[in-house]
Design a protein around this ligand. Structure first.
Ligand SMILES: [Fe+2]
Length: 363
């Protein structure tokens, strides 16, 4: 089977206001998100040199002593800010194998005071290394550029589904958007070709993920082309009756493009018209190579309801995506599922004062 062609969405077409160009972008979005769950994005405004500098900064941090990195880990904030150690996050459906990576989380925008009070672990303060001012600046600028591209794409996505342009951008207003930088770890010779992957296959749980593109780094520490054909980002297309498993395709954006992926929240809102993209980061078959990459996660506002919009609500959508759930509740449950939040976080999702009656009865 030949590799499917994933459409490229030109954000300049969406900005142009020219009906023909906007229609072309919408057609690309419908096919990209509807069939593949991902799009290549052109004229996105993300500076590739700034992305490289952000990766260089994180690479320097990963080389620091463990104690220094541990001081930047925020377990009580469910690792939603600062450093995440290796062997922490687990992809749902990965059979319990933690990912072979360390990463960093930071929010590119100021926090809303009320939402931070309601959801403290989803909106912690950013944390930076003592010598990290310049890195923080680059990091936040990269996150904002990715987020802005995401906003333009979400407006296009609404138009592509014949919805008012602000249908999805309204939903993400105030969301706990977060930018992550990742460092995939070197495998020793005896670990290669043993089924260890850098990031297990999963779908993202947010609205939209923007990926500015990763880079391989050779054993001498120099960014280099991929060491073999098996390593890197692979995406799984939607299953069809003749091919229910879908097709795994290498994420290979055209020169200068970034990748946008649909997450579960947007799949739910669209009743499955757009599909969350399963993706996996495979490790190379040769030892001592590493990989740097990054992802910006655009989230629904935690007080929005996740349920198919009226236009997409039929018996199938109700069955697949009901009952309606608050996006904040959904996030907390997912963060428990993937090993970042403790199981006790679930207990807070219902009434937690049953013991009061017991105390009263004893009084
Ligand atoms: Fe992901």
């Amino acid at each position: 089977m030949s590799a499917p062609t994933i459409p490229t969405v030109d954000l300049e077409d969406l900005r142009s206001g020219d009906p023909t160009r906007v229609a072309a972008a919408c057609a690309a979005i419908r096919e990209a998100f509807g069939t593949y769950g991902l799009a290549y994005v052109k004229n996105h405004g993300v500076d590739p040199a700034a992305v490289e500098r952000t990766y260089d900064g994180f690479r320097r941090l990963t080389e620091k002593p463990l104690a220094e990195k541990e001081s930047l880990a925020r377990r009580d904030d469910w690792f939603q800010r600062g450093w995440t150690p290796p062997n922490t996050e687990i992809a749902v459906g990965a059979g319990g194998q933690p990912d072979f990576k360390e990463c960093y989380f930071a929010a590119p925008y100021e926090r809303d005071a009320e939402l931070s009070a309601q959801y403290p672990e989803l909106y912690p303060a950013n944390v930076w290394p003592d010598d990290g001012d310049a890195w923080a600046k680059e990091y936040v600028a990269m996150g904002r550029a990715l987020h802005e591209a995401g906003i333009e794409l979400l407006r296009g996505a609404a138009l592509a589904l014949d919805l008012p342009a602000a249908s999805f951008t309204d939903v993400i207003e105030g969301g706990a958007h977060v930018t992550r930088v990742l460092h995939y770890l070197a495998l020793a010779a005896e670990q290669t070709n043993k089924g260890i992957v850098w990031g297990e296959e999963h779908t993202d749980f947010n609205m939209l993920t923007l990926l500015p593109g990763g880079r391989f780094v050779n054993p001498e520490g120099k960014p280099s082309p991929k060491p073999d054909d098996k390593s890197g980002l692979f995406l799984r297309t939607r299953g069809t009756p003749s091919n229910p498993g879908g097709v795994q395709v290498r994420g290979r954006p055209p020169e200068g493009c970034i990748v946008a992926q649909i997450g579960q929240e947007l799949e739910i809102l669209t009743g499955g018209r757009f599909v969350a993209t399963p993706h996996v980061i495979t490790a190379p078959g040769v030892p001592n190579w590493t990989r740097d990459s990054s992802a910006h996660f655009v989230h629904a506002n935690p007080n929005r309801i996740l349920y198919p919009l009226p236009q997409f609500l039929d018996a199938n959508a109700r069955k697949a995506y009901g009952p309606p759930v608050l996006a904040g509740t959904y996030s907390i449950k997912t963060l428990v599922d993937i090993g970042l939040a403790p199981k006790t976080a679930i207990d807070k999702l219902g009434y937690r004062h049953y013991d009061r009656l017991e105390t009263q009865r004893r009084a």
